[in-house]
Design a protein around this ligand. Structure first.
Ligand code: CA
Length: 239
């Protein structure tokens, strides 16, 4: 079945350009030119990926991101922001976007980001269909990462993660105490590396910490190694 992608973008030229590039990948793309129409479509329809512009005349793309994320924790979302709007990018990621693209973007970058998100979506879809498979669980102290069921528990409490948060934690959990740079994490978890996108990693780490750490100002589980990157501290998961 062909993947469906929703584009929420009020500038028709940009929306159509994105649609053309998506069609080139052999995928379907539907355009909503207002935030409200886009939000309704995202909540009621089935899309492998939602791409939402931050600057919309009626609703903020950030609000759309928050509402879609609340209703559909596993929905893949890419935010579209302007080059100058750093705060929008940060906010979008904090609100649960999986990735962002700054306008103007080139075709190759756009298509690479879309492919990368769809790879994640497909691997999740394959997982849900493979129920009879043996569960693969990584346990690090009180942290249990069930790679098969895409479920994380910490101290026996279920932790709700977005699919990208899960992939990031799962990757770190497979290599406890090993330090990874932001570039390495982008390569391994997002499946691409573009200079300047390291903030995507920081934001996802912050969101994971908010969900896992007792005191986010002194993280014990996901630790920053200054000048290098991040690691999952196995000792911290026992506390
Ligand atoms: Ca706009």
């Amino acid at each position: 079945m062909t993947d469906n992608i929703l584009i929420i973008e009020d500038e028709p030229d940009i929306a159509e350009l994105i649609q053309v590039h998506i069609n080139e990948l052999g995928l379907n793309a539907e355009i909503c030119l207002t935030g409200q129409a886009g939000l309704n479509a995202a909540l009621s329809g089935e899309y492998e990926l939602v791409m939402v512009d931050v600057m919309l005349p009626d609703l903020s793309g950030l609000d759309i991101c928050r509402q879609v994320r609340a209703a559909k924790p596993l929905q893949a979302i890419i935010m579209l922001t302007s080059r100058s709007a750093e705060t929008d990018r940060v906010l979008g990621l904090e609100l649960g976007a999986d990735d962002y693209l700054t306008k103007p973007f080139n075709t190759r970058e756009l298509q690479a980001r879309i492919r990368s998100q769809l790879r994640r979506v497909h691997s999740m879809q394959a997982l849900t269909k493979a129920e009879q498979h043996r569960n693969k669980v990584t346990s690090i102290g009180a942290l249990l990462v069930d790679h098969q069921c895409h479920r994380v528990t910490y101290k026996e409490n279920n932790i709700d993660l977005t699919s990208t948060e899960f992939d990031l934690l799962s990757f770190l959990g497979k290599h406890p105490d090993q330090v990874f740079s932001r570039s390495q994490l982008l390569d391994s978890v997002w499946g691409y590396h573009h200079c300047g996108y390291e903030h995507t990693v920081n934001s996802h780490i912050n969101r994971l910490r908010n969900k896992l750490e007792q005191d986010v100002t002194q993280p014990r589980i996901i630790q920053t190694v200054w000048g290098v990157g991040y690691k999952l501290n196995s000792a911290g998961t026992y506390q």
